[in-house]
Ligand binder design. Structure first.
Ligand SMILES: Nc1ncnc2c1ncn2[C@@H]1O[C@H](COP(=O)(O)OP(=O)(O)OP(=O)(O)O)[C@@H](O)[C@H]1O
Ligand SMILES: [Mg+2]
Length: 914
């Protein structure tokens, strides 16, 4: 029985009890070897009535087998496979090798795992138990952690045990942890008593001191006084290490034959017939394992072999001489069934002494098979091992690059970078060198310095222009995206020119594929918009050629441009439906890693038109997914956008928090654009709240930063806001100067958005008699843009100026219009200003109530929005990577908070957008 773990048992029991009533719970037990994680798990889930316990245990020998752990765990749930969304079912079936296919995004397997288990839990409450989580194959662990983060209202409890100090998706992903420490002195005495050892109080105290209360160490050392004496007094030794020595000494006493059999067992797994066959090849009779059994090192039950403890296994294995280990693996490889190609390849790899192309090729095949099942982490290790075994330098380099690409797809950024470093040291030939720079650039763009990303991608693109124009176009296009984050328009122009040259290559030389041609056209269009050189016609042409069914829509490298193109166009007609199709498609296929970047652009579009409520949700989802996928650049972008929106909504606390995180992230990555956005946000926040003196330093800092970064695009300049602030501070002359400077730059750019803002700034500072004329010009330019907030700002400042010069009747219409827009958008502080101005003209404006969504959490808002738009619970669940139960749970809260009781009422309240 378990001693001294009452609290822990209670915690786990409460978790399981919660699961039975539909409150999901997750707990990751963390602690050193022998501390009692497995014992606690066994005790806690033993005989919980009315629940179904699903178990999986990680093992060293299965660590590189794709989704072995996941299959172990969810096998009983697979009866529901055809009841989850089809793309998810396909991804999961492919991952588990139930049929061919898969090979998509790793997150799809996580989303499918969530759906499947959630569905299974509708039949019975589930307790998922994963022991030795650190040894689970990585793709399985990633999928389970993804699902575990999302169980909310499902009848599911998740319990995982992980060794302390080892990286694992279970401990690195924000799941609740419970650290197991050693037993207290009293429990130590109880434990020792229960083993039958009659130790005196001083011996108990000494054992407790030496072992720190580690139960395994206590039990082993108490029965082994020989081990106790040589230990230095006073200092506790690292327990697992000293335990390993105890076990190793016990192994030493066995016969040579038994040691060989034990080593074969340690190298293989739990399958006795396999161990027997391998032993035979080594001329050892497997029955000698009886010696090890007698020594208490392992037990054999029917055909299954179990070590006394994982530490025994690792002690046996690491104590053996390398030659003996290789012989054991070699025998195991020979003893395996010929169909067991993956295991055989890994054993051969362990058996190999020095390079061996035959084995390298086998591992290369393992890697390809793993990639085909979305087990990218396994694919990476197999490629890496294949590289190490490759005699040929070119082969080795190619396999290292392939390993790096797989590691990146698996989300293992540091591993990928280290592999690229190794590939670079081998002085790769042109094609591979381009691949190395391209991946380095892609990694930098998402997680590192965006400046570096720009240089790497553009360089790789230029390098590829001759040998591989298709790749060159895609790389240059990616480079343009990095430039956008940096607000580096000069490089945008250069890259676009390079793409243009490739697009115009004579067909005789190198015909570009359809995909790169489309990406090239759209990228050049976006580049032209960014550099103020038109571009609209070109994008329109490219987009119009596409049907909603076009297969190219599913290609992730095209997806980005199909979203960006239409959004940069900012026209209601062209390509809008494409944006939705592409984003929905990515959601359906759970291409989670690509979503944050696109969500950022979609949100930005929503925030600069009239869909502020949705924009906030889209930004928030982008933030959430960017955090989960470790994409720092997208995180900075989404946070910056969100803070700016919140500034305008007058949500000061959130705005400041998000702005400061965004600033830190973007400063580290030289993402000048977003440093500017956050300053803009902080300035506008104060201005909106009617605190011009507080706004001034932020805006001045922004102007300074723009100068430092040489960001000359007038659309980034806060000229009109600064002029507004200065007028409010009675610094008329300064305001006039700022407005004039801005107007000159807007005229140079010649785009309506800037011209409208310029005319507003001028109207703020010009002599009385010119006001109407400038405002008329502003209104004229506003009609050419979709940004209703900017229009309302013009109407507000016009009305305010008219009111100050006592033209009260004339002031009212623009103020009313501004008030209406601000309220519809949810620009609370600006609505307050407009309302106050209107009141000062003698008109008490009836104020609308708060938005229907106020008071709902972001997830409740998202659920409400999707359901109001007519999606079913299951569709909404799949789109948000949640379980249907969780969607229903949020919906219940929405109903309660809005005091409604049906979807029809919900659609009515929120207005359907379908
Ligand atoms: N609280 C306890 N009371 C009594 N015995 C215990 C207790 N905790 C652990 N043990 C015993 O100590 C031994 C080691 O515990 P256990 O195997 O659970 O450790 P672990 O944390 O799972 O180690 P590892 O990380 O190596 O898997 C087992 O034999 C177990 O039965
Ligand atoms: Mg254990």
């Amino acid at each position: 029985v378990l001693v001294g773990r009452d609290l822990e048992c209670q915690t786990i029991r409460a978790l399981v009890a919660g699961a039975r009533v539909g409150q999901s719970g997750v707990l990751v037990l963390v602690g050193e070897a022998g501390i009692g994680k497995s014992a606690l798990l066994d005790e806690a889930v033993d005989g919980v009535p009315g629940t179904l316990v699903l178990r999986a245990t990680g093992t060293e020998s299965e660590h590189e087998l794709p989704f072995g752990g996941l299959l172990q765990l969810i096998r009983p749930a697979l009866v529901h496979l055809d009841r989850i969304p089809a793309p998810q079912a396909e991804a999961l079936a492919g991952a588990l090798a139930l049929h061919r296919g898969g090979g998509g995004d790793r997150f799809a397997v996580g989303a499918a795992t969530l759906s499947l288990l959630s569905r299974f839990a509708e039949d019975h409450p589930l307790v998922l138990v994963v022991d030795d989580g650190h040894l689970l194959d990585l793709p399985s662990a990633q999928a389970l952690a993804f699902a575990a983060r999302r169980f909310t209202a499902d009848r599911v409890a998740v319990l995982v045990a992980v060794r302390e100090g080892l990286a694992s998706p279970f401990t690195d992903g924000g799941l609740p942890l419970l650290r197991l420490r050693g037993l207290a002195l009293e429990a130590t005495a109880d434990l020792l008593a229960s083993t039958g050892s009659r130790s005196s109080a001083p011996v108990v105290a000494r054992l407790h001191e030496l072992t720190g209360g580690n139960p395994l160490a206590l039990v082993e050392l108490a029965g082994d006084s020989a081990a106790l004496d040589p230990l230095p007094s006073g200092v506790p030794v690292p327990v697992p290490a000293s335990l390993a020595r105890v076990f190793a000494r016990r192994t030493d006493r066995l016969s040579a034959q038994a040691r060989t059999a034990l080593l074969v067992a340690a190298a293989s797994g739990t399958d006795v017939p396999l161990v027997a066959r391998a032993c035979e090849l080594l001329s050892v009779d497997v029955s000698v394992l009886g010696e090890a059994e007698d020594a208490g090192l392992l037990s054999v039950d029917a055909d299954v072999l179990a070590f006394r403890h994982p530490l025994v296994r690792s002690a046996v294995y690491s104590d053996a001489v390398p030659g003996a280990r290789r012989a054991a693996h070699s025998a195991l490889a020979a003893a395996l069934h010929p169909d067991d190609a993956d295991r055989r390849a890994w054993h051969l790899a362990e058996a190999a002494l020095g390079p061996d192309e035959g084995t390298a090729q086998l591992l290369h095949d393992v890697a390809l098979r793993a990639a085909g099942r979305s087990a990218h982490a396994v694919s990476a290790s197999a490629f890496e091992r294949a590289a190490r075994l490759s005699p040929d330098r070119m082969q080795r380099t190619g396999r290292l690059v392939a390993a790096a690409e797989a590691a990146w797809r698996a989300g293992l950024t540091d591993v990928a970078t280290a592999l690229l470093d190794r590939a670079s040291e081998l002085r790769p030939p042109t094609g591979l060198r381009i691949a190395v720079s391209a991946l380095r650039g892609r990694i930098a763009a998402r997680t590192g310095s965006v400046e570096q990303a720009r240089d790497l991608l553009l360089e790789a693109g230029a390098d590829a222009a001759v040998s591989d124009p298709d790749t060159a176009v895609l790389l240059l296009a990616e480079g343009i995206l990095a430039c956008f984050f940096l607000a580096d328009t000069a490089s945008v122009a250069t890259a676009a020119d390079a793409i243009d040259r490739l697009l115009q290559l004579p067909a005789s030389r190198a015909a570009l594929g359809d995909r790169s041609r489309l990406v090239g056209e759209l990228a050049c269009g976006v580049a032209a918009v960014l550099t103020g050189r038109g571009g609209a016609a070109r994008m329109r042409r490219a987009v119009r050629r596409l049907g909603v069914e076009d297969p190219v829509l599913g290609d992730p490298r095209v997806a980005t441009w199909l979203v960006l193109g239409p959004l940069f166009l900012r026209e209601s007609g062209t390509g809008r439906e494409l944006v939705q199709t592409v984003v929905d498609g990515l959601r359906r296929r759970s291409v989670v890693a690509d979503l944050p970047f696109l969500l950022f652009h979609v949100a930005r579009d929503e925030a600069t038109t009239d869909r502020w409520d949705v924009a906030g949700l889209t930004y928030a989802e982008g933030v959430h997914l960017a955090r989960e996928t470790g994409s720092a650049a997208d995180l900075a972008a989404c946070l910056a956008g969100l803070s700016w929106l919140e500034a305008r909504q007058g949500r000061g606390v959130e705005c400041r928090a998000h702005a400061s995180e965004a600033r830190e992230l973007s400063a580290q990555r030289h993402m000048g654009l977003f440093q500017c956005w956050t300053l803009f946000a902080l300035g506008e926040l104060e201005l909106g709240l009617g605190r011009p003196a507080a706004a001034l330093p932020h805006l001045e800092q922004l102007v300074e930063l723009l100068g430092e970064l040489r960001l000359d695009d007038v659309d980034l300049s806060p000229g009109p806001e600064l002029a507004d602030v200065l007028v409010r501070l009675d610094r008329e002359d300064d305001a006039r100067e700022v407005a004039a400077d801005y107007a000159a730059r807007a005229a140079a750019k010649g785009q309506p958005w800037a011209l409208a803002r310029a005319a507003r700034a001028t109207a703020l500072t010009c002599p009385e008699e010119e006001v109407d004329e400038h405002v008329a010009r502003a209104l004229h330019h506003h009609t050419a843009t979709l940004d209703s907030f900017e229009l309302a700002r013009t109407q507000l400042s016009y009305g305010a100026r008219l009111r100050r010069s006592r033209r009260r009747a004339a002031a009212r219409p623009p103020l009313r219009a501004a008030l209406g827009t601000f309220e519809a958008l949810g620009a609370a502080p600006w609505a307050d200003q407009a309302g106050a101005e209107l009141l000062a003209t003698g008109e008490a404006a009836p104020r609308r109530g708060a938005s229907a969504l106020t008071g709902l959490t972001p997830q409740e808002q998202q659920v409400a929005r999707l359901l109001a738009d007519g999606r079913t619970t299951r569709e909404a669940a799949a789109a948000l990577f949640l379980s249907p139960k969780t969607v229903e749970y949020h919906l219940r809260h929405v109903y309660a908070k809005l005091s409604i009781g049906s979807r029809a009422e919900l659609s009515q309240r929120l207005g359907s957008r379908r």
